[in-house]
Design a protein around this ligand. Structure first.
Ligand SMILES: CC(C)(COP(=O)(O)OP(=O)(O)OC[C@H]1O[C@@H](n2cnc3c(N)ncnc32)[C@H](O)[C@@H]1OP(=O)(O)O)[C@@H](O)C(=O)NCCC(=O)NCCS
Length: 240
């Protein structure tokens, strides 16, 4: 495992890995995505990369330091809010926690426990810095199959043996994370209806909610010719 600060040449590979593992609209223009490059430029030490013996990228975690007082009330609004306030304001100054905005594992490497390595390293980095822990606005991986169910309800679903229903939430809780809150408006993408129609694969003839592949909640088309996706996430903390 190496931070991007020690292997800057991996930057494009990190971007590609994230894009390959997300629905296309997650890379469109949004308050967070406009500022994403700051992660590489200002916080390269918190971009963790897992590479194979030949140096090829297998997995990555994208983080940045944030100031958080440990309460639910003080959590940022979500992924966009973290980047907007870290870049435009002083959320990253005098930090007390690490925030991970993305964890990605290449498809052929899944299920091998690489998140355990990445989350373990992030937690140790936070502990070494004397911070409270690692906070994450989690994008539950199976939620897109149930876009009409409110995330608060989905996050309460359990398997017959009592574990979280969602595999990614399960991994976090198994590694000791604590569920904090629902970030109802973690990420917002507003684009022309025509662009969304390409992802949907069919027309969106009028205003209303549409179920778009890969979206965790319906995308809402408006009368002004735009449609907006507001993604909810689950805030968890891995305490140090
Ligand atoms: C989320 C993600 C990082 C998890 O990586 P992972 O390597 O599958 O994680 P884990 O090893 O902890 O496995 C998680 C669960 O999925 C299962 N799983 C997922 N893919 C699997 C595969 N190809 N083979 C076997 N098991 C798999 C694991 O067994 C585990 O389930 P369990 O709790 O029943 O054991 C990965 O799926 C990913 O990159 N997804 C796309 C990006 C994304 O959504 N990131 C999260 C939001 S930022």
């Amino acid at each position: 495992m190496v931070p991007l600060s020690e292997r800057p040449g991996l930057r494009d590979a990190v971007d590609r890995l994230i894009a390959d593992n997300m629905p296309p609209f997650m890379a469109w223009e949004s308050p967070g995505n406009w500022r994403w490059h700051h992660l590489y430029e200002r916080f390269a030490a918190h971009q963790l990369c897992v590479v194979d013996a030949d140096g090829a990228l297998l997995a990555a975690a994208n983080g940045l330091p944030v100031r958080w007082n440990g309460t639910v009330a003080d959590l940022p609004g979500g992924s966009d809010d973290v980047l907007v306030r870290a870049v435009d304001d002083d959320l990253a100054a005098r930090p007390t926690a690490l925030c991970l905005l993305s964890v990605s594992v290449a498809r052929e490497q899944r299920g091998a426990g690489l998140p355990r390595l990445l989350l373990g390293r992030a937690r140790r980095a936070a502990a070494d810095a004397g911070w409270r822990g690692v906070i994450i606005p989690v994008r539950p991986t199976d939620k897109a199959r149930y876009p009409l169910v409110p995330l608060a309800e989905y996050a309460r679903w359990r398997t017959p043996d009592g574990a979280p229903f969602d595999p990614w939430l399960r991994t976090h809780l198994r590694l000791g994370a604590e569920h904090l809150a629902i970030a109802e408006r973690s990420l917002t993408v507003r684009q022309p209806v025509k662009r969304w129609e390409q992802v949907l694969g069919s027309p969106m003839p009028g205003p209303g909610p549409y179920v778009v592949p890969g979206a965790l909640a319906p995308v809402r088309a408006d009368a002004d010719g735009t449609a907006t996706y507001v993604e909810p996430n689950v805030w968890v903390v891995h305490r140090t």
